[in-house]
Design a protein around this ligand. Structure first.
Ligand SMILES: CCCCCCCC(=O)SCCNC(=O)CCNC(=O)[C@H](O)C(C)(C)COP(=O)(O)OP(=O)(O)OC[C@H]1O[C@@H](n2cnc3c(N)ncnc32)[C@H](O)[C@@H]1OP(=O)(O)O
Length: 187
């Protein structure tokens, strides 16, 4: 998972959203950030100053694994979505290739998880990222952390592999098409 020696520091795109701006959902039905998923995480991610973001996730009863505790897979999803959002600042679409999560302490239902992620390095199509989730506040105790490798893809990644029903619906939505075509991948 460590970036190769030839990797370079990620560069914030000149047209990236300004610091503090809410990034918005990339897809209404996304389990991580979409507003149309009743049981989703409804993450609202905010742009940082560099290639970094912050987000908050409130653990609800539908996110339980053990009684009264968040499911580890759900917490991993929150970290994954937060790191994936770094693509807005790089102006690329990227998908998770590898993700390693460390669960440091249990996260009870009702907790607000304070997430932070930044891009560590980039090399070719690869973007190396890291994220943390803290409880009680942005500087509170560490509950979860993750490192991930993302790979930049073109919009064809989705149109070729996604189920036809959802692809057709997304293509019929002008806002979705605009979002999908906004970034070009520069290998
Ligand atoms: C719109 C964004 C939404 C974000 C939402 C949150 C993020 C998500 O959950 S995305 C959904 C989950 N992810 C996926 O479904 C992805 C499924 N995987 C794939 O489609 C493919 O494996 C894909 C596109 C990632 C890469 O495939 P492919 O284009 O053939 O690239 P491939 O050559 O295998 O690998 C790319 C590079 O990564 C490197 N690589 C691959 N695996 C590893 C690894 N484990 N460690 C280090 N490097 C690796 C390869 O060596 C290659 O390097 P280089 O470019 O230097 O040769």
């Amino acid at each position: 998972m460590a970036p190769p020696p030839r990797a370079t520091a990620p560069v914030r795109h000149p047209d990236a959203p300004p610091t503090g701006e809410l990034l918005g959902s990339h897809y209404g039905h996304c389990f991580g950030c979409g507003g149309q998923q009743p049981h989703g995480l409804h993450l609202e991610v905010r742009a940082g100053q560099q290639v970094d973001v912050t987000a908050e996730f409130t653990v609800r009863p539908v996110h339980q694994g053990a009684p009264g505790l968040a499911h580890g897979g759900v917490l991993t999803t929150a970290l994954d979505e937060t790191m994936g959002s770094l693509g807005w600042l790089l102006h690329v679409v990227m998908v998770t290739r590898r993700l390693e999560t460390e669960f440091v302490r249990p996260v009870p239902v009702g907790t607000v998880l304070h997430l932070a992620a930044h891009a560590v390095a980039a090399e070719g199509r690869k973007v190396f990222t890291t994220a943390t989730g803290r409880i009680g506040g942005p500087d509170g105790p560490l509950a979860v952390r993750a490192d991930a490798l993302f790979v930049k893809v073109d919009v064809e990644h989705f149109t070729e592999h996604g189920r036809d029903e959802e692809i057709q619906a997304a293509m019929a939505d002008p806002d979705q098409v605009r979002r999908a075509r906004a970034f070009k991948v520069n290998p």
